[in-house]
Design a binder for this molecule. Structure first.
Ligand code: NAG
Ligand code: NAG
Ligand code: NAG
Length: 245
């Protein structure tokens, strides 16, 4: 028992030393040009399990000086068969980030907290509300003063080196929800299953994929989460024991 605790502490210690802090130039809330998708309580309400559809599609990232991030995505997916029926995706997650020695950024979300609302208004009567958990790797980033708008601008480069759309500084200090775990694994979030938000048409459509491809993965429905997470928990503790004995 003691050796397993020691082992767990050792694992934690090695995770902590991987961080390169502070990363002061990233601190703040950044948003794409439409400036209507923003992290924080205007996008996701974890207490009532609600997501609020922004006026326009866009993305937003927030970073703190002590290594936490939050992100909000609202994307419309064009529907060539029926242009009047675009699909929409809202995604939210938060967690911790590290700047690696090679300059890349690694974002590790708190897996139980992420949420996705997928709406295909012409195929489903209600939207599909699920957990969302995707680690992200940015090959590099740069912060500069945008020569046209004269405000700080963040350029993030995807894992493969291709640039994301530029993000502009909106708030500093950042506008974020609390950075600790919001939805402990024991809590039931059945209210989420009733989400019925419909997406409006948007002016700024994005083509998939972005930094990660979200559509080819199966997402667990939120109402099934208690059993699924119990399984993750058991598998996780089994893995720790396996490594320590
Ligand atoms: C972006 O939106 C925020 C919140 O609505 C506002 O405070 C800020 O002034 C806006 N920034 C720009 C550049 O329009
Ligand atoms: C930089 O480091 C990260 C994390 O260690 C790694 O995943 C990534 O492949 C590295 N990038 C390059 C260009 O070597
Ligand atoms: C969350 O996603 C990452 C990869 O994006 C994966 O390694 C991890 O196992 C996932 N966690 C859970 C609990 O699903």
């Amino acid at each position: 028992m003691l050796s397993s605790i020691g082992c767990a502490l050792l694992m934690c210690a090695s995770v902590v030393t991987a961080q390169t802090l502070p990363v002061t130039d990233l601190v703040g809330t950044w948003s794409s040009k439409s400036n209507s998708t923003l992290t924080g309580p205007t996008f996701y309400d974890p207490v009532n399990e609600k997501m609020f559809e922004p006026d326009h599609t866009g993305i937003s990232y927030s970073f703190t000086s002590d290594g936490f991030f939050e992100e909000a995505y609202y994307r419309a997916i064009a529907n060539p068969q029926n242009p009047a029926c675009p699909k929409g995706i809202m995604q939210w997650q938060h967690g911790s980030f590290t700047k690696q020695a090679n300059g890349s950024l690694v974002l590790e979300p708190i897996a139980v907290d992420g949420r996705q609302l997928y709406s295909d208004p012409c195929s489903y009567k209600t939207s599909v509300y699920t957990r969302y958990n995707e680690s992200e790797l940015f090959e590099r980033y740069e912060v500069l003063t945008d020569p046209y708008h004269n405000i700080p601008r963040l350029n993030l480069y995807k894992f493969d080196g291709s640039p994301m759309m530029p993000l502009y500084l909106v708030f500093s200090p950042p506008q974020m929800l609390p950075t600790q775990t919001l939805n402990p694994t024991t809590a039931s979030t059945s209210a989420g299953a009733k989400a019925t938000a419909k997406f409006k048409r948007s002016t700024e459509d994005f083509a998939l994929p972005m930094n990660h491809n979200v559509l080819n993965r199966r997402r667990e429905p939120i109402q099934a989460d208690r059993w699924w997470w119990l399984g993750v928990f058991l598998t996780g503790s089994g893995a720790v024991l396996y490594f320590c004995f």
